[in-house]
Ligand binder design. Sequence first.
Ligand SMILES: [Zn+2]
Length: 540
Amino acid sequence: MEKQYLFIDGEIITVNGHNQIAEAVAVKGNKIIAVGSNEEILKLKDKQSEIIDLNKKTLIPGLIDSHLHITMYGTNCVSISCKSEAINSIEDLLQELKNQANQTPKGQWIRAWGYNENSISDQRFPTKDELDAVTTDHPIIITRTCGHISVVNSQAFKIANIDKNTPDPEGGRIDRNTAGDLTGLLIENAHMKMFATITFSADELTNAHEIASRQFAEKGITSIHDATGYGLSNLRALQSDCKNGVVKQRVYAMVGALSDAQNVVKHMVNAGIFTGLGDEKFRIGPVKLFLDGSSSGPTVWTRDPYTNDPENYGIHYFSQEEVDELFIPAHEKGWQITAHAQGDAAIDMLLNTIEKANELHPRKNTRHRIEHAGIAAPDLIERMKEQGVVPIPNPAFLYEYGDGYAKNYGERATNMYPMGDYKKANIPAAIASDCPVTDFNPMRGIHAAVTRKSSSGQVIGEDKTVSLLEAIRMYTLNGAYASFEEDTKGSIEPGKLADLVLLDRTITKSNIDDIPEVQVEWTMIDGEIVYTNTKEGIQA
Ligand SMILES: [Zn+2]
C-alpha cells in the first residue's frame, strides 16, 4: 500500500490559478491527491495515513531554480572559496593556495573560485608571477565570481599551450602588459577555453553532484535547470547521477558548454533528438549559447556605451549570422532555444533570431528562453511578449552586484531583472540563482524580487518589485512552465507530483526583510523526504 500523508493546519501556498492559500493537503505515493480545509483532508484518513500537524507553518511547492550550474558549483565546493571570510586580501589567498599545494600531488590543478577584486583590500587581481611564487609544480586557476574571468599561473599556460605570442581568441582576451608579457588574466572566451582544459575524473564529478544536490535540498530546491558546464561528458555524468539517485532534484539539462558550445549544439541538433526527451527525473532541455559577458565583470554587450566608459560596449561572442545559422535549424527540428544574453544588445540579437525562426518555420508553443535577460528595456519586453519568450532573470544579482550596476549602466540598471514589468506584461518569467554566480538560497532571490535591494540597501528600480506570492510563483510554477512541465509540477494541486517544502514560519506574516533568514524544515521530492532539519523526521 502506498503511504498517505495528511498535512493539516498549515499555510499552504498553492500557487494555483486563484493564488489560493489552503489549510491542508493530502499526499499519496508520489502525488498530491487533495487540497482543502482541515476537515476535508481529515476525511481521507485510512490505515496508511500519517497525520502531520504543520502548526501554521508555510508549505510551498518545491522550488525550481531555472538556471544554475550544478557541476561547477559542486566542483567549487571541493576548491578554495574566495568568498570565505578568511580571504580578505591577495596575501590571504596566496596563503590558502600554498596550503592547498602542499596537500595536492604535483601536476594536479589547484582551483579557487568566487574571486571579486572589488571586495578585497588590494582592489585588483593577483598576477601570474604571484601565483608562480606559490607553485610551479601545479597549474593554478582563480576564477572570478562571474565565471567569465580568471587568473592563472605559468603551469596552466603551459598545459593550455599559450605563450606571449598566442593570439586572442574571438570574444576573449589573453591579457598582456606593456612589454607584451602574459599577466595571467584571462577574459571571457580566453577564460572559457582555459576552464575547459581543467579535467575531473568520473568520481570527482559524482562527488561534486552529491555535495551540490544535498545543499540544494537543504534550501528547498526540488528541480533544477542545469545551465551547462564541461560539455557532453558532463551531460552524460549528470544524466547517470540523476538515474542512480546521487542527484535528488529533477533535472532539466540545457545542452551546450562553457567553451565551444556551438559544436556541442550542432552535434546534438544533428543527433535527431530534441527538447523534452527524458522523464520526470531527467529531461533534455534547450540548446544554449553564450552571446555576451557578465553583468558584474562588467562585460555585457550594450546598445549604448557604459556609463563610466564611453568607449566600452562590452563583449559579444557571435555575429547575428552565426546565431541564426545555429539556432534556426535547431528551432525547425523541435528544440527550445536559449542563450545567455545579459546586455540589451545581446537580448536584441537573440530576439532577432527567435523572430526569424518563428516566421520561417512557424511552430506552436515554442517557449524559447532568454537566460538572465539582464538589461531588459521596455521595447525588448514587448518583443518577448509577442514571441512567447520566457525570460529567466536573476533578481539576487541586484543584491550581490546591484551597486556596481548603478555605476556601470546608470539609469539602465533600473531595467535589470524587472520582475514587476514581466508581471505587468503577463510574461511567465522564471527566477534563477545562476549558482555559483550567486547564492542558490531561493529566499535570497525571493527577497530581491520583492525589494530590489542591493547589499548596501540601495533600491534599484522600486517600481519593478513584485509581491511575495508572485515571487514564489516565479520560483515554482513559472519554472515548470519554462521546461514544459506545468501540468505535472510547480503548484500544490491534486494530480501533481509531491514536491513540497515546509518553511520554519508563517511566511506571509513575517517581516519582508527577514525573508533571507527563512529556513527549510523539510523538503519532499516525489513523495520522499530528502532533507529534514529535525531528528524526528516529519512526524507530528
Ligand atoms: Zn549561468
